[in-house]
Write a protein that binds this ligand. Structure first.
Ligand SMILES: Cc1ncc(COP(=O)(O)O)c(C=O)c1O
Length: 380
């Protein structure tokens, strides 16, 4: 398969290991194994730790252990363990689904800007991909009327991503139901990339139900990377019709075979502490969103945004005489602060901000970013 470079990943790799203030990060501050153990009741911590230490590291159950699949299934209404495939992150889940559901020539609708995989993999398969704009054209919000204009009787798959990376847009429950009905009317699948599930913002928008709950053509993709702060576990999943899940499993035999056994066990541990982890997220998001809002208000001459309605991300528009790659590289190399270049999403004069970072680092990053932006403002 010939595929275009994943622009954001290439850019992040250049800077992420040496900057002090990564405020471009797409996830929430990661948890450690120690943090997960601390969530256990005190009288069970030692036995949980011992069980992890003595777990034989053989191959794991290929679909993910039954315990993990049951725990994941229970996060949805009326989904069974047989409808879950545990994958190497949401990225593998999406990749398998695109390859199982699509053939060259199929018509696919995907959001844009977006996590690039969502349109680049269907394109690489040879699909005819229509881009559903969620950028400045629609005030960084989903417009279902625009989707309706893109649908044809040949549409095979509609991709939604809510909360949305990189804008923080949300599909309302009514709009999500409309998207599903539109897909159903032409016999298309709906793939819900729900990587930012459970990540609500203060006074944000309500979440639509996961797509898998909407009907037989709905497939949800989830991950522990963003909502659980566990991207290093590489645990994602597909929740969908049992036959689709089975076909994805068959393809995965050729790629990664099974989840890491220790990662599967740590995922089970994390899921037992969902509520504590979500409470921790809320604290981080509330603090950082407040800091970001104050910073945006103070930077009004240069920056504007539509604040995120859910998730961890927002796209900022800047009014400076410099392209986003030059600006983002300069901020990273000279001010040690990472804000992702809009060019990686196809939107010039934008930067992506992530509000999941440790609050003191986030606040310091904003200060450094201001110093960098000031330099260009002076040149304006
Ligand atoms: C929308 C979206 N989907 C999927 C992924 C992949 O996540 P992971 O493979 O870590 O679960 C990401 C990561 O940034 C994302 O933003």
């Amino acid at each position: 398969m010939k595929i275009e470079p994943f622009l954001l990943e290439r850019w992040m790799t250049r800077h992420e290991t040496h900057v002090k203030f990564d405020i471009a990060e797409s996830g929430i501050l990661p948890l450690s194994t120690h943090d997960l153990l601390q969530f256990e009741p005190e009288d069970q911590r030692a036995s949980t730790r011992e069980a992890l230490l003595h777990l034989p590291l053989g191959y794991s159950e290929a679909r993910g252990t039954l315990a993990l699949r049951k725990a994941l299934a229970s996060t949805y209404a009326a989904v069974t363990a047989d409808q879950i495939l545990v994958t190497t992150g949401a990225i593998e889940a999406n990749y398998l689904l695109f390859n199982v559901l699509l053939d060259a020539g199929d018509h696919v609708i995907a959001p844009y800007p977006a996590y690039q995989q969502l349109y680049s993999v269907p394109k690489a398969i040879g699909c005819d991909v229509s881009l559903w704009r969620v950028g400045p054209e629609t005030d960084y919000r989903y417009d279902v009327d625009a989707l309706e204009r893109l649908i044809t009787p040949q549409t095979k798959l509609i991709v939604v991503n809510t909360p949305h990376n990189p804008t923080g847009a949300m599909l309302s429950p009514a709009d999500a139901a409309r998207v599903y009905a539109l897909a159903d009317s032409v016999g298309a699948w709906v793939l819900g990339d729900e990587a930012y599930r459970w990540l609500s913002v203060p006074d944000g928008d309500p979440f639509a139900p996961p797509v898998v709950e909407m009907g037989a053509r709905g497939i949800s993709v989830g991950t522990l990377s963003k909502p659980y702060g566990l991207p290093g576990l590489r645990i994602g999943w597909i929740a969908g019709p049992a036959d689709v899940v089975e076909r994805c499993w068959g393809m995965r035999d050729y790629i990664t075979l099974s989840p890491g056994k220790l990662n599967d066990a740590l995922a089970c541990l994390a899921l037992r502490h969902h509520d504590q982890i979500m409470a921790r997220n809320r604290d981080i998001i509330t603090t950082n969103l407040k800091a970001a809002s104050a910073w945006m208000a103070a930077s009004g001459e240069v920056l504007s945004w539509t604040p995120p309605r859910g998730g961890l991300l927002a796209l900022l528009k800047y009014d400076l005489p410099v392209d986003s790659l030059t600006l983002a590289d300069m901020l990273a190399t000279e001010y040690s602060v990472m804000l992702a270049p809009g060019a990686a999403f196809g939107y010039e004069h934008h930067l992506r901000l992530g509000i999941g970072q440790q609050p003191d680092i986030f606040a310091a990053g904003l200060v450094e970013a201001t110093r960098g932006l000031e330099r260009w403002r002076a040149a304006r």
